[in-house]
Write a protein that binds this ligand. Structure first.
Ligand SMILES: Nc1nc2c(ncn2[C@@H]2O[C@H](COP(=O)(O)OP(=O)(O)O)[C@@H](O)[C@H]2O)c(=O)[nH]1
Ligand SMILES: [Mg+2]
Length: 346
């Protein structure tokens, strides 16, 4: 904490902590208060209420460039905000998060365009959200959770910046996106227009598998884990752009509407069925290298596969969307919430 008058660092007294009072500056002659919090590592300003949450959720969205990270994050937050039976109310904790979200939200929902690719080399800061839990509200209290989301750095993952590697390391859940259209065997079966409108980058073979190996290596190095030890971290593998390959899923469970929100909990049977369908699909397309890189790096009981479409249907032109109807974009979040005990598993 820093004094708002003289800028000196301030350590709150025990009484101030206990009574949740704004600490006073202890410097002789200064009458200021320490209402500002800054990160002791990088000096960035932190939201004043950052220490006051019931639970802290942190996740990183990781995936090769163009795998759909930013569009997925934007539609996920939009759905959480706007769906009629949502009981978790999100609000941005700081101006930067608000501005980033509003810009992307306008592009998708008002301009009907996909969010353009993040320029190479730029590194957006993590988004800070608070979630209010209407379900557990009492007359005087509403449980509020902090949700920090890092929208990853695409292919740069092979040369992870130290700051990014810290975000990855501190994430409770790694959300790894797998773009079916970046898989060599799949791209050749997709209609050319749909493929062009749904992809922004060309990738080398096995790009997704290499990215997973890269992430795993960083987590291992940072945690001092030997190469042979499986990483004990929750991993949501999110298969994006499922609209572009929906024929091959036929009447699978993953193509049906998500049941979690209506059930006010995480529907495990539904999630198990989806998990099996996505794994089988990847196997049937010969994507063993991606599955192997997941299975040989992470503990199997910590990994869950999901299938989503941020737009509900492929873009209808170059940078042009039809009606935006996100499909199952909240499923990974519901899993995380159930792991934290915020919603029940049903
Ligand atoms: N068909 C389809 N295309 C998508 C979907 N989400 C994203 N895309 C396409 O993928 C491209 C890259 O998405 P983006 O979110 O920028 O990827 P990022 O680089 O991982 O953040 C976009 O230009 C979209 O055209 C989706 O749900 N369906
Ligand atoms: Mg992006």
């Amino acid at each position: 904490m820093v004094c708002n008058s003289c800028g000196a660092p301030v350590v709150p007294t025990k009484a101030e902590l206990l009574l949740k009072k704004t600490p006073r500056c202890s410097r002789t002659g200064c009458t200021g208060y320490a209402s500002e919090r800054i990160c002791s590592y990088c000096n960035a300003a932190l939201p004043p209420d950052i220490m006051s949450y019931s639970k802290y959720l942190r996740f990183s969205i990781l995936g090769i460039t163009g795998s759909g990270k930013t569009n997925f994050l934007t539609t996920m937050l939009h759905e959480l905000r706007h769906s009629p039976d949502s009981y978790l109310v999100p609000s941005p904790m700081d101006d930067l998060t608000k501005a980033m979200f509003e810009e992307n939200d306008t592009i998708i929902y008002s301009m009907h365009e996909p969010v353009p690719a993040t320029p190479a080399g730029s590194m957006p800061p993590p988004q800070l959200w608070r979630l209010k839990d209407k379900n557990k509200m009492t007359g005087i209290y509403i449980p509020t959770y902090s949700l920090t989301i890092f929208d990853g750095a695409g292919e740069d993952i092979e040369h992870i910046d130290p700051v990014v590697s810290r975000y990855i390391n501190e994430s409770k859940v790694l959300v790894i996106l797998i773009d079916p259209l970046a898989l060599p065997g799949v791209a050749s079966t997709i209609e050319e227009d749909i493929l062009n409108w749904s992809t922004t980058a060309d990738h080398v073979n096995d790009a997704s598998a290499k990215m997973v190996d890269g992430i795993a290596e960083y987590v291992r190095n940072n945690c001092g884990l030997p190469p042979g030890k499986l990483i004990n971290r929750d991993v949501a593998v999110v298969f994006t752009k499922i609209d572009a390959v929906k024929e091959s899923f036929g009447s699978a469970v993953v193509m049906k509407p998500s049941p979690h929100q209506a059930k006010k909990g995480f529907d495990k049977a539904d999630a198990n069925a989806v998990d099996a369908e996505i794994r089988d699909w990847l196997l049937s397309r010969g994507e063993t290298s991606f599955l192997d890189s997941i299975d040989t790096n992470f503990k199997s009981n910590k990994v869950r596969f999901f299938g989503v479409s941020s737009f509900g249907q492929p873009p209808t032109g170059n940078s042009q969307l039809g009606k935006v109807m996100p499909h199952r974009v909240l499923d990974p979040l519901y899993w995380m919430l159930s792991k934290e005990g915020i919603i029940p598993t049903v």
